[in-house]
Design a protein around this ligand. Sequence first.
Ligand code: F6P
Length: 341
Amino acid sequence: MRVGVLTGGGDCPGLNAVIRAIVRKGVPEYGYNFLGFRDGWRGPLEAATMPLDIPAVRGLLPRGGTILGSSRTNPFAIEDGVQRIKRNLQNLGVDALIAIGGEDTLGVATQLHDAGVNVVGVPKTIDNDLSGTDYTFGFDTAVGIATEAIDRLHTTAESHHRVLIVEVMGRHAGWIALHSGMAGGANIILIPEVPFDIDQVCRYVEARFRLHYAPIIVVSEGAKPKEGEESLHSGEKDAFGHVRLGGVGEYLAREIESRTGKEARTTVLGHVQRGGTPSSRDRWLATRFGLHAIDAVAEEKWGMMTALRGTDIVMVPLAEATKELKVVDPALYAEAEVFFG
Ligand code: F6P
């Protein structure tokens, strides 16, 4: 049996650990051979492959990024995309595909499964916004990086009596902002799920200065003010129709300065949150997902995805996991609000 493996969408720490676990179990235990597809769905679309055997996965556990490369290629936005993939898989003798990705990559996997491709999914995203699994790998590393940044910004904010704003990733869901903001003791956390009132933000800022402390604001890149959101981001879109985000931190700094007279500066963490070595928790989760994904192939659990439930790894239907995003519950946000201002 020949198994293809691909990583699609935004990269995240732990992808290589999944690939390693798949191959390290799949070769000796099941006698499978593997083929790496390059750059997400571009690989099967263009028959762009690389060898994937045990020597190829040596030393991968702590390595960030993905040796297979990634892209946001959407085969459903390309004429004849699905037929080309099916043809290439057949020509390459690939019997099954393991797709490691987030909402878009696994959304494609779901539709390919419906089109008759033998596919198993593995969820990844630093945003942690995939349904069906308690956590995705990559998230823990990103939260750790953001928390360290917040810790460092506290001391410089105090020294200069400034408002410091940290813009973190999180397109539709505020999980990174919520977790790192709570862990780092942010005074305000703004997330996409709860449009913010800029007057209220300024009241929190002033309250914080009255206590002789400098405010730290953590904002998800996808957060929006109750009014005027259109002007924040460029109109540029990817193949899945997502707008390229960025600008809410600068918007906040401008508004806060003009309304409160306090100096406000923004740090955009951007891709720093996605790069570098995975945390030990992400290596653990990614490795277990890889082991269970190859078991799922052996058991022909097509159209299913590995998921974490508590400390167990279970299989859930891809269709269920990609139906809707997992966003922050208002009750969790209310917990964080206790510390605002
Ligand atoms: O989906 C993960 C993510 O990191 C989002 O938080 C972010 O909006 C997006 O990817 C950025 O993607 P790119 O690196 O393609 O600009």
